[in-house]
Design a protein around this ligand. Structure first.
Ligand code: PMP
Length: 405
């Protein structure tokens, strides 16, 4: 059984079977990923690229094979377009710095959306402060989707970059990134896709999307923490300056002048996480073997079931687009006589029944402002969840609601 491949799902919390519905925050790891970490440390732990000795050569080969696995997974044209980072946040910060140095001047504009995670807002805000540029924001419609007409109106000759999530981490809305990219490219504006939530849920094909950059984290796609990816079209990565200086990213160093390494090494200063890249590649193989379309439709079914059942519970308000089933993520709040019950209280009562959900602003405070709430309760599924999990969650929520309302 698929669940048996995830040892942590056998854990008991407060003497109850764990029901893990916090997958938008991080996913659990299958045995083959856990084993890969042990295998790498046991069989080829040695610093890569610089060594002539056997172990170092193996470690280097594995790191580069992992890069190729990532490139294939997202259908990049070349492994040179894959930069290993610490995660989505690191990838976006890296791009904000590189792009900012190379292309942003006073008065320029960057566009994000109202539903972005802080990591796709704050790095751009910091860049705008440094360069006296402006951050513009695509608003949401009443139905929690991005207002594409408004987006087009935000574009001016000063717009230099658009950065949007493929799937929102609070609402689970799948954004029309293809359409956004087509519109932006009409004005020769590059687009970054934040794929943190979509990477494990939707097929990612950077060539057919035609995005200029894409960022994701290993830990949200059944891989380890501490490793992620920044994809960039080769022409962009060639043109942008390096971000961090140090070992590996150089071609030659002298006190007079330093020249930089070729792609992708120019962006990977210091010892990279070659154990993490090996385990990430294993996670991506796991997703490929399981098949992303199968994962997608399984998660959709569970999400639909969750939505249907939540709508029947008195006092529960769900924040979801009515026309589509969200991508694996359902956000809601509980109200008593029109008064919001703090999501934290709901989360604690669920936790005590063995159900792990996330509560709070989900690193999306501007979106919370739009929704007019301090936070939500968020339940999010992964490929190992099943209808039994949803049943336990729903009956635990009913009990919590009875106590709170
Ligand atoms: N963007 C989105 C849409 C996310 O959901 C998250 C994680 N919640 C991030 C960015 C940041 O990812 P990380 O913390 O792994 O860098």
């Amino acid at each position: 059984m698929l669940r048996d491949k995830f040892p942590i799902l056998g854990e008991k919390v407060y003497n109850r079977q764990l029901v893990y519905l916090d997958n938008a925050a991080t996913t659990q790891k299958p045995v083959q990923v856990l084993d890969a970490i042990g295998y790498a440390y046991t069989h080829f732990n040695a610093n890569i690229h610089r060594g002539v000795h056997y172990l170092s050569r193996i470690a280097t080969e594995e790191h580069e094979k992992s890069r190729l696995e990532v490139a294939n997974f997202i259908n990049a044209k070349s492994a040179k377009e894959i930069i290993f980072t610490k995660g989505t946040t690191d990838s976006i910060n890296m791009l904000a710095f590189a792009f900012g140095e190379g292309y942003i001047n006073e008065g320029d504009e960057i566009i994000v959306s109202q539903m972005e995670h802080h990591s796709n807002i704050v790095p751009w805000q910091m860049l705008c402060e440094r360069k006296k540029a402006h951050l513009k924001v695509i608003p949401l419609t009443d139905d929690y989707t991005l207002d594409i007409k408004a987006f087009e109106q935000l574009i001016t000759e000063k717009t230099k970059l658009v950065s949007v999530a493929h799937v929102g981490n609070v609402l689970g809305v799948e954004n029309p990134v293809e359409q956004i990219i087509t519109i932006a490219h009409r004005y020769a504006i590059p687009v970054l896709v934040d794929a943190a939530q979509s990477i494990a849920r939707l097929k990612t094909d950077v060539q057919s999307l035609d995005c200029d950059f894409l960022a994701f984290s290993g830990h949200k796609v059944y891989g380890p923490t501490g490793i992620g990816v920044l994809y960039g079209k080769e022409k962009w990565l060639e043109a942008l300056p390096p971000v961090e200086g140090g070992g590996e990213m150089i071609e030659h160093v002298s006190f007079g002048k330093t020249t930089f390494n070729t792609l992708p090494y120019k962006y990977e200063a210091g010892t990279p996480d070659f154990i993490g890249s090996f385990a990430l590649a294993e996670a991506l193989r796991f997703v490929r073997q399981t098949d992303i379309e199968t994962i997608s439709s399984h998660e959709q079914n569970l999400t639909r079931l969750m939505l249907e059942q939540l709508q029947d519970i008195k006092g529960v308000k769900v924040y979801a687009n009515k026309a589509t089933v969200p991508c694996g993520v359902v956000s809601f709040n509980v109200y008593s006589n029109g008064k919001l019950i703090h999501p934290f209280d709901v989360g604690v009562l669920l936790d005590h029944q063995g159900v792990a959900v996330r509560t709070g602003h989900h690193c999306a405070q501007p979106l919370m402002e739009v929704l007019g709430v301090p936070g939500t309760v968020r339940a999010s599924v992964a490929l190992y969840n099943d209808e039994g999990d949803i049943d336990i969650f729903v009956s635990a929520l009913k009990k919590a609601v009875e106590m709170l309302v």
